[in-house]
Each structure stands twice: as structure tokens, then as C-alpha cells.
Design a protein around this ligand. Structure first.
Ligand code: NI
Length: 172
């Protein structure tokens, strides 16, 4: 079990487009295990590989701590293939921007395809928190953070708050 360090806002890897995974080898399996370990240790509901400094298209989600009937998913090369026209606004946060959260509008339902660590093709039809978590994590694979979905004004306020918090945390 390895809990890896989580990259925070300002780390260039969070802004890169992650590379697709070719062969699902031992390194990818280890990455998936470490993503789960790191996500659970941080009490998150999702984590994408770039957040542990690995620019590859791999993510894990598990909303079972928040929603009944949820299960853990690991997805390789995931893609949103369909999204409902209906959107919902919910408060969102990110392990890479600790202490910052805001309301983000996203499609209520999405269909996501990808591969399981076994190599099997996977298709997930998700709604609610799982749909939100999948969209948030897939965004990470394209270098997109939840704050990018906010207005420039709101994002500016949050960034100011984030910088203030960073400066406070850095004080002895
Ligand atoms: Ni995030």
C-alpha cells in the first residue's frame, strides 16, 4: 500500500493533457492501487493520475462513503460518451485545492466508457454524485480543474482565498 503525495494547484502536471495508456502493465496496476490508497487516505471520492504526478489517463472513483449502493471504479482511458441536457449545481471540492469549494453546474447523467484494470471494456451509466465525480476526474486528465467551470470573478475570489491560505499555512 502506497499513499502518494497529492499535487496541489500550481503544479504544472495538473494543467497537462495526460497521455493515453497503451498496454495495461504492472506499472498501471500499481498506479491504480496507489490511487485508491491515496484517495481513501485523503477521504476523497475520486482521484486522477495527474494528481499524484503521473500524466496518464487513469482515474479511480468511489462514492460509497457518501451514497448508498456506490462501488469503486478504476478506469483507464475513460471518456464521456453521452451527457444529459439537464444539469445540476452542487458544491464541489478537489484534493488538489484543499480548503476551496464552490458550486459547479454539470450534466446530471453521463455515460462513460473506458477499460477496467483487467483490460475489459467498461461502460458506466452514472447519475448524481458518481456522474459528477467521473466528470471531475476526467477533466483532470485534460488539465481542467473545477474552478475553471466558474465565472472569472468567482475563480478570482477563490484563488485569492487559496493564496491567503497557502501563505498562512507557510507561516511557522
Ligand atoms: Ni479534483
Amino acid at each position: 500500500m502506497t499513499v502518494r503525495a497529492v499535487a496541489t494547484l500550481g503544479a504544472p502536471v495538473l494543467r497537462e493533457e495526460a497521455a493515453p495508456v497503451g498496454e495495461i502493465d504492472d506499472e498501471v496496476h500499481r498506479l491504480v492501487e496507489d490511487l485508491f490508497d491515496t484517495m481513501y487516505a485523503a477521504r476523497g471520492v475520486g482521484l486522477a493520475a495527474p494528481q499524484v504526478g503521473v500524466s496518464r489517463r487513469v482515474l479511480v472513483v468511489d462514492v460509497s462513503s457518501e451514497e448508498e449502493g456506490g462501488e469503486a471504479h478504476a478506469l483507464i482511458n475513460p471518456e464521456v460518451t453521452a451527457a444529459s441536457r439537464r444539469t445540476v449545481k452542487e458544491v464541489e471540492g478537489c484534493l488538489s485545492i484543499p480548503g476551496i469549494e464552490d458550486t459547479v453546474a454539470r450534466p446530471l447523467r453521463v455515460a462513460v466508457t473506458g477499460r477496467a484494470p483487467s483490460g475489459e471494456p467498461v461502460r458506466i451509466e452514472a447519475e448524481g454524485l458518481l456522474a459528477r465525480a467521473l466528470q471531475h476526474e476526467i477533466d483532470h486528465l485534460d488539465g481542467i480543474l473545477f474552478i475553471d467551470h466558474l465565472s472569472a470573478f468567482k475563480r478570482g475570489l477563490l484563488l485569492k482565498k487559496w493564496r491567503r491560505k497557502q501563505a498562512e499555512d507557510a507561516e511557522p
